[in-house]
Design a protein around this ligand. Structure first.
Ligand code: 5GP
Ligand code: MN
Length: 336
């Protein structure tokens, strides 16, 4: 963030304000962690703060401090709209375009006159924010919130509660510190958090050893459905709506399945297709190793985006047709 932007935001936050913080639709650990971390920080500073998620957040994040205060736009449309209309400052965290909140919420956000502050690490940010902290070199938005607080020179408000939320997004978005965006600085920040009292081991257990039986069964089916195309160093898997229903699935149950496709020897590219009949779409997750840019791929073929090695997209065709389209694109790709 530029010195002028920091000075502008510092001035904006120098008196108590009504503030709304927003994650992207289908928020993940980084989106919820950064939203709630900033929520606690701004409350410590004396602001009136509400986190409004576009839709429900997954159960495996429901232990995050103050997650029970999060308003869900889709569930509580009228109340959420009233809070948005009254906001004096709007923070958008972990996304780069208002469309990532969904059509209904985007329409409301576009009518607001309050200044927007963006903190995000996705490529090609839209220009809706008055103050922008956008940088793709960071592994997580949570790490950026730490730097944002440091730049404001207000680390006295970064307590163990703020740090617990931020730690969560740093862990989930870095694949537990394994992705190449994990730096020495990432580890130094995390060391600071642990010194502050963050229970890192307990957080890992809450995130990863807290699965329901339905989630394990869905994972098993996802693994059974895995297909490998060795000539393209590619794997893919899918879950139909019928399969998901048969296990009584909950939001978040499919989280992480995509990574198994990449965990195989000789595989540099993987895709995971999830049929969502309610929304009439197939949601797709892409992952890659090395230089193959799945962000560019998702933009070109599947109306999506993300990062070089982790991206997502969608299709309105059937699950089968979407997979066939995916296979057809592989012949155009170059793998090292
Ligand atoms: P995931 O596969 O975990 O849903 O998403 C991987 C990354 O791609 C995340 O950073 C996510 O924000 C981004 N992403 C997922 N779906 C979309 C999409 O439809 N559009 C864009 N622009 N980014 C996406
Ligand atoms: Mn993120």
């Amino acid at each position: 963030m530029s010195t002028e932007d920091i000075a502008g935001v510092k001035e904006l936050l120098s008196t108590p304000k009504k503030i709304v913080i927003i994650p992207h639709r289908n928020p993940d650990g980084d989106a919820m962690g950064s939203n709630l971390g900033l929520y606690h920080f701004l409350r410590h500073k004396g602001h009136e703060v509400t986190v409004i998620s576009p839709n429900e957040f997954p159960d495996f994040l429901a232990w995050l401090p103050a997650s029970d205060t999060v308003k869900v736009f889709e569930r509580d449309n009228e109340a959420a709209t009233a809070i948005l209309n009254a906001a004096e400052v709007v923070f958008t965290l972990d996304f780069n375009a208002l469309s990532r909140t969904g059509d209904a919420m985007e329409a409301v956000l576009k009518t607001l006159t309050a200044p927007f502050v963006m903190i995000d690490h996705h490529q090609k940010p839209d220009g809706y924010a008055k103050y922008m902290f956008s940088d793709t070199s960071y592994g997580s938005t949570c790490e950026m919130v730490y730097h944002f607080i440091t730049a404001l020179n207000e680390k006295q408000y970064l307590d163990v509660t703020v740090a617990t939320c931020l730690y969560t997004g740093i862990v989930t978005d870095s694949g537990s510190f394994r992705f190449h965006t994990t730096t020495g600085t990432t580890h130094r920040i995390v060391a600071e958090f642990i010194d502050l009292g963050v229970d890192n081991s307990a957080i890992h257990s809450l995130l990863y050893d807290n699965h329901t039986m339905s989630r394990i069964q869905i994972l098993a089916r996802g693994l059974q459905n895995m297909r490998v195309l060795p000539q393209y160093k590619t794997s893919y898997t899918s879950l139909s709506q019928e399969e998901l229903n048969s296990f009584g699935h909950n939001k978040g149950d499919t989280e992480g399945i995509v990574n198994y496709g990449l965990s195989m020897k000789g595989i540099d590219f993987t895709a995971f297709f999830t049929e969502n009949k309610d929304e009439g779409i197939v949601k797709i997750s892409f992952r890659s190793k090395g230089s193959f840019d799945v962000n560019a791929y998702a933009r070109q073929y599947f109306n999506g985006g993300g990062h070089i090695n982790a991206a997502g997209g969608r299709s309105t065709e059937s699950l089968e047709a979407t997979i066939q389209k995916f296979i057809a694109t592989l012949a155009n790709l170059k793998f090292d």
